[in-house]
Design a binder for this molecule. Sequence first.
Ligand code: 5FU
Length: 276
Amino acid sequence: ASILKQTYSQRAANHTNPAAKALLETIARKRSNLCVSVDVTKKADFLRIIDVVGPYICLVKTHVDVIEDFDYSLVEQLQELSVKHDFQIFEDRKFADIGNTVALQYSSGVYKIAQWSHITNAHPVPGPSIITGLSSVGLPLGRGLLLLAEMSTKGSLAVGSYTEEAVRMARANRDFVIGFIAQRRMDGIGLRDGESSAGEDFLVLTPGVGLDVKGDGMGQQYRTPREVVLESGCDVIIVGRGIYGKDNGANPDAVRAQAERYRAEGWKAYQERIGS
Ligand code: 5FU
């Protein structure tokens, strides 16, 4: 059957990359295609929000470099929460440099992202060497990479032939590239004459998801879980401020209610898509 009609657990069997498999299995086990993006600047807020939303999510997305009081114990506490609540971790690092530099940025420095982040992402702008650099670090650790084929922002330059080349780069590196940050499924994009995308199953993780507002006044554009999962065929909805709100998630009951709401909306759209 077309990938769009397959269940997440059926699709787990299509994958050999450990991060892709684990994400699909987690989605199926928890009946959640919701990823929460926790973009707050204090450790205490970060950990409190994750402990509240943990039961409702498959994946936590981080921007670890915005946390002001970061120290490595934060990573250990995040890993403890990922075991407690059974979710995967995605550092939204958006690497964009030459292979040698991104390998250092991924493995080293203060954050040592490859040590704890199951999934990370990269801009395809430098060309395939960015994948060579990142995979030299991440592949031996069982990590997975998403390429930014599209962005959610108004006026994004990641369109047309740029998006097509991103998909071609992914096809040439299917051991490490597990999918895309994009706004729709990429099947059939960028195929050359005689090529087919049969048997290909890239994951599509989609930010710019919100139920109550259409944008944020700084270029962000929101679509609903239904538009993203059912109409555009994406696999995971990424929600930030829609869940933790304008007060850094100060009210845990409100955060929990939003997480439950987005989980339910995302799952309903998926069930409608597979026709169950
Ligand atoms: F690649 C992208 C993109 O195209 N749009 C995004 O919004 C990434 N993001 C991230 O998703 C962004 O950096 C935020 O961390 C998150 C969206 O947060 P929001 O609060 O739901 O707007």
